[in-house]
Design a protein. Structure first.
Length: 254
């Protein structure tokens, strides 16, 4: 038998009971309910058909469960970015708050909050932040406006994103060529390492490395190789000297 709120649940409008079949020591009874309400509890009471033993179990229905998705962003340090949290499947929309580093984020200098509008089960909340710093995380907390269900999602901002371009070279086999990797948009320059065929390339016989000089947001690193072989690839790995962001680029020598 089933009960809810002190009342016995019976088959009727929107309610279906199935006692189940006993097999191999197991029996699964089900209660199907239409139009479930938030935080409603149902207790199934069981009594042995052979002996006097009885038992019960209570199920709590968490209604209005919804999904929330935080969209991560990559921007340059100090720039402006809009961070998005999208909620789908809620009923009546959600209230949204943001936090970062354990502190609540509020509208103010360089910060704009927009809770978004609930339309067709979806709601997109945004947080626009000026002067973003490296690897800062923002958590959007959402609470149903209709029920008590809540959810959260965290967005990590990868700042100081820069572009790195590998310039391919076409030379005769066995000749000398200089391969270039140009980095633009970094702050404070980058450290550069090279690898080829899974091995680190180091200065030595016929190999010269030049990390280049950082100026006006650009830095051109070069690798000069004697006795080049056909279709050899070189990857330049760059790591920001100021932040944790890194980026690779491959150059194929034709």
């Amino acid at each position: 038998t089933w009960e809810s709120g002190g009342n016995t649940v019976v088959t009727g409008s929107g309610v279906t009971l199935n006692e189940g079949t006993f097999a191999n020591g197991e029996q699964a009874a089900t209660l199907t309910v239409a139009n479930l309400q938030q935080d409603t509890s149902y207790t199934c009471n069981t009594v042995s058909k052979t002996y006097t033993h009885s038992d019960s179990a209570t199920v709590v229905v968490k209604a209005n469960v919804f999904e929330i998705i935080g969209t991560s962003v990559e921007v340059k340090v100090g720039s402006v970015a809009t961070i998005t949290c999208k909620t789908t499947g809620s009923e009546g929309g959600v209230s949204v708050t943001w936090e970062s580093g354990g502190n609540t984020v509020a509208t103010g200098s360089g910060i704009t909050l927009n809770e978004g509008t609930f339309i067709n089960g979806e709601q997109v909340a945004t947080l626009t932040v000026a002067n973003l710093q490296q690897d800062t995380s923002y958590t959007c907390n959402t609470v149903s406006k209709t029920y008590t269900h809540s959810d959260s999602a965290t967005v990590v901002v990868k700042a100081n994103v820069f572009e790195i371009i590998g310039i391919s070279a076409e030379v005769k086999v066995g000749s000398v060529a200089t391969i270039t990797c140009k980095t633009t948009g970094s702050e404070g320059g980058v450290s550069v390492t090279w690898e080829s065929g899974g091995n680190t390339v180091v200065t030595g016989s016929g190999v010269t490395l030049n990390e280049g000089t950082f100026a006006n947001g650009e830095q051109a690193a070069t690798l000069t190789v004697a006795n080049l072989q056909q279709d050899t690839s070189y990857t330049c790995n760059t790591v920001s000297k100021t932040y944790t962001h890194s980026n690779p680029a491959s150059v194929v020598v034709g």
